[in-house]
Design a binder for this molecule. Sequence first.
Ligand code: PLP
Length: 376
Amino acid sequence: MTKQILLSTPHMGDREQEFVKEAFDTNWIAPVGPHVDAFEQEFCQVVGAKHAAAVSSGTAALHLALELTGIQRGDEVFCSSLTFIASASPITYLGAKPVFVDSDRTTWNMNPDLLREALEKRAKLGKLPKAVLIVHLYGQSADIDPILAACLEYEVPLVEDAAESLGATYKDKSPGIFGKIGIFSFNGNKIITTSGGGMLVSDDENIVARARFLATQARDPAPHYQHSVVGYNYRLSNVLAGIGRGQLQVLEDRVNARRHNFETYQQALGKLPGIEFMPEASFGRATRWLTCLTIDPAAFGADREQVRLELGKQLIEARPVWKPLHLQPVFAECESIGGAISEELFDRGLCLPSGSNLKQEELQRFIDAIDRIHRR
Ligand SMILES: *Cc1c(COP(=O)(O)O)cnc(C)c1O
């Protein structure tokens, strides 16, 4: 029986069960407790943030981040177009509107020149967005310096969605700590996981304290359950924070394993006509959370969908690169600044099996399958 090869599956280390057992032994089975506090502190050390709040998902973290940036009904937020829907949904939770910005070819992330031009135009119209939300896609940081410089010049706050890029670097620092607020995700398919969870980070202690307050139903300091604003139930469970503490200890191993997958694929397939791997930008280390490539159908002899479907028949899961958000039916009314690059990446882009627990035989099975498709 052939075993199915999946895109990205959870990969536990040695310590997670110990931490979970400790939560059981001490009866801290609640969205509060010592693992939550320790996970926040340890996470800060890993990414170099000053303060962090552990929450129930990356989406929840982003919702809080945007609310704490002051986004309100009717506001506009500039957002990367080439990303997962969860980058933009929280904009709409607040009644604000996303405006999508295209990618550049070297990073696949938001194009800094396009952003600067758009901000310049909007400044002249007196219609600057209330925030810029950049995404660090597939384990690679966006080119943060020019983006931050443009945001500073026009005094628009920067929020970073680093859900896919824990473990990456931008000039030796972690993406997610440059903007006003950054967020990370520990969903089941991410580089480390708590089954579900997220983290909000900021250098501003008040923002993080406010995030914790809003994430626990915004309870005023009174014994009788008094509320002056509406909050959320977004805190991370102490049990899951235990898993997170164990996972943090193996993050570096997970990055190395995913980079090894990439190198194996690239060595074997990089010279095939029409195949191009996602480039690694010179400013830092990509984790290769997912190995991605593009297929030029004329040169390769099959298009992305043909390849993906053929792989599926051989029980190998591969997925198209994110459908750009400016092409999503739900955002049909939203403005898009550029779009041709992300459209082409979507058209030709494929995400390969990339789990840190893939075996050499499984990588080889993928390589052989692509070779066969190419030779036909
Ligand atoms: C996974 C992901 C999120 C959402 O994180 P969850 O923890 O699943 O809510 C947000 N943005 C991007 C780019 C993601 O890949």
